[in-house]
Write a protein that binds this ligand. Structure first.
Ligand code: FES
Length: 112
């Protein structure tokens, strides 16, 4: 399955974005990060309580922009792997999503 997410030009460097991707049933809540040419996507689902990571739209990063930070209890996840290095779900990971870029557009190519 391949789902359009956004245009690459709309993703600023060192920023994070939340998207709701419509599925046949419901939608997938995801977070997309850009670091230069690297674009990564994870499910917006904290492994601690299974709730969204953010309170405010498109606010997923720590103050220093070095990690993804859960707004509820402050768990910190690496940008590269979504691995939790600090907080109540330390040692657990966000669910990484497979993406593909075609003609300047970002697509999700799998649901999980
Ligand atoms: S819900 Fe994310 S750290 Fe507790």
């Amino acid at each position: 399955m391949k789902k359009f997410v956004c245009h690459i030009k709309d993703l600023k460097d060192h920023q994070s974005y939340g998207f709701q991707i419509p599925l046949e049933e419901g939608e997938l809540d995801i977070v997309v990060l850009r670091q230069g040419k690297q674009i990564r996507a994870y499910l917006n689902h904290c492994p601690h309580l299974g709730i969204p990571l953010n309170w405010q739209p498109d606010k997923f990063l720590s103050l220093e922009e070095t990690h993804i930070q859960c707004s509820t209890h402050g768990a910190l996840f690496t940008l590269e792997e979504g691995y939790c290095i600090s907080g109540p779900c330390r040692g657990q990971s966000l669910t990484a999503l497979q993406t593909e870029i075609n003609d300047g557009e970002l697509y999700l190519v799998s649901q999980q």
